[in-house]
Design a protein around this ligand. Sequence first.
Ligand SMILES: N=C(N)NCCCC(=O)O
Ligand SMILES: [Zn+2]
Ligand SMILES: [Zn+2]
Length: 323
Amino acid sequence: MSSTEQPRGPIDSSRIPRYAGPATFARLPRLDEVGRADVAVVGVPFDSGVSYRPGARFGGNAIREASRLLRPYNPAQDASPFALAQVADAGDIAANPFNINEAVETVEAAADDLLATGARMMTLGGDHTIALPLLRSVARKHGPVALLHFDAHLDTWDTYFGAEYTHGTPFRRAVEEGILDTSALSHVGTRGPLYGKQDLTDDEKMGFGIVTSADVYRRGADEVADQLRQRIGDRPLYISIDIDCLDPAHAPGTGTPEAGGMTSRELLEILRGLASCNLVSADVVEVAPAYDHAEITAVAASHTAYELTTIMARQIAGAGTAR
Ligand SMILES: N=C(N)NCCCC(=O)O
Ligand SMILES: [Zn+2]
Ligand SMILES: [Zn+2]
């Protein structure tokens, strides 16, 4: 898009009913229809890295379907994200379901291609394995990034059945590879049983701080967001959101649910409190629609991706921060 052209926004739902036609994210144009995008929404239908219930390979399309109901103005951030920047649906990255190592390479190469166009990525998973190749690619462009990781789980375990690339291990690999800025790493929404106390010791050694779901409940979203913002500063930031950070009441459609999670309101409010951060890319993963009911999980995930997209669009339009 040249600087004089207006971004092409979503299909007008007052003219074409929002339930008609194929589902792109928020009914936005496809990337091939607009040529290039400031924010590329991309699916990664891959779930061969899961340790329990499969099905997150269908998550991206479930989020797209639920996102038909998103509207163009976001009052919580006082912004019309799709008018501020060109946001487009880049389709799916086709990853080999029978070879995790090859799939990780494929995702990394496809992410490199998207970032090379100047777009920020809003990725829809897929299971959490995909965060590793996405982070590798983002770090190649920006250097080691700050990470905010919303999840019930640490995902800093070492291996499962000898496998290094799984949905429980992406952030340990990322720390080992030096692609994260270890002075600004936080888990948010952590809870549930662990394999042992050592899990926490190892995680802390890697540099992570933990805001548990109980901390969010006790201290409130605003205070948590303030603390996270201070820790992140103006570093390039990647936000990875495992939808199981939400309580199973708010996100039943996921592979490894844990009781006692955040509400969707808490998650959305924390994100809004991070609107001034330099968000370079983000993902929403682990939506497994076969376990969903009435699109509860997919709706929560679509609103989550909408807030993240709004943060990126505002920054692109406003500060002219590094793309
Ligand atoms: N990333 C997600 N959703 N889950 C990781 C859980 C790993 C485990 O089963 O111990
Ligand atoms: Zn999780
Ligand atoms: Zn996870």
